[in-house]
Design a protein around this ligand. Structure first.
Ligand code: C5P
Length: 239
């Protein structure tokens, strides 16, 4: 990943809404995340518009399908010029390797391959949901650490995980492996539907490589102020 800025989750319903939001930040360089809602609405056009604004881009589509399909999809995504993409680790080792190969093959000559990370468990998944709905009888943390190790063995660059899992993951993987952590809230915010939230400084103290922040910024009364405060808190602990 090119920089260490907090990644803003652009969970908006349209490109117009997204660009109006980004206008608030004037010429500031941002690292943004486009998820399913926005990408399915606007398609690759939104990626081109974000690149025109000089944004670094995490395209968060969480691919999970048979290896061949994921391989071909990744070839297409590699051509968009985004910086970071992801798959579900639950798709298994063959699927993760196929994803990486697709990205490598699809990256135009002379460009850097987008980093590839694996989602361990959505941060909205609780221990109870894991056991009762997904029938994952191992403790959630054990599953997440196993997924992290598997992703590393498959050559991936990192994982998406909860800040509460980063320390345990780093006991099992190399230090340069990325841990990208959503579920971030400032101390005064509501948790919304996220179950295992934490503050930016907690994320930094626990070794997170990057934080993803959505509603704490996008729904704030003053999004720019909220972003700058989160950025300071995220950077502050490092100094
Ligand atoms: O608004 P909030 O800060 O909760 O947004 C979190 C963002 O991170 C959402 O866009 C969500 O899709 C994403 N995400 C997540 N858990 C994951 C992967 C991505 O919450 N494991």
């Amino acid at each position: 990943m090119k920089n260490n800025l907090p990644i803003i989750a652009l969970d908006f319903a349209s490109g117009e809404e997204t660009l109006t939001f980004l206008d608030l930040f004037e010429k500031e360089r941002l690292f943004v995340k486009t998820g399913m809602e926005l990408f399915y609405q606007e398609g690759p056009a939104i990626i081109h518009q974000l690149k025109e604004r000089n944004c670094d881009i995490f395209l968060d589509l969480k691919l999970h399908d048979i290896p061949t399909t994921v391989n071909k999809a990744m070839k297409r995504l590699a051509g968009l010029g985004v910086d970071l993409v992801n798959v579900h680790a639950a798709g298994g080792a063959r699927m993760m390797r196929a994803a990486l190969e697709g990205l490598e093959e699809g990256t135009p000559a002379g460009r850097k391959r987008p980093s590839l990370i694996a989602v361990t468990q959505p941060v909205s998944t609780s221990e109870q949901v894991a056991k009762e709905e997904l029938l994952l009888h191992k403790p959630l943390l054990e599953t997440v650490v196993h997924y992290g190790k598997m992703a590393e063995e498959c050559g991936l660059d990192g994982v998406v995980c909860s800040v509460h899992e980063t320390k345990a993951i780093y006991e099992a993987v190399r230090p340069s492996f990325l841990t990208v952590t959503p579920g971030i809230r400032t101390a005064s915010d509501a948790a919304d539907d996220q179950v295992r939230t934490a503050t930016p400084s907690f994320a930094k103290e626990n070794g997170s490589s990057a934080i993803v922040v959505g509603r704490s910024i996008t729904k704030a009364e003053n999004p720019v102020e909220a972003y700058e405060a989160i950025k300071l808190e995220w950077e502050g602990v490092r100094r």
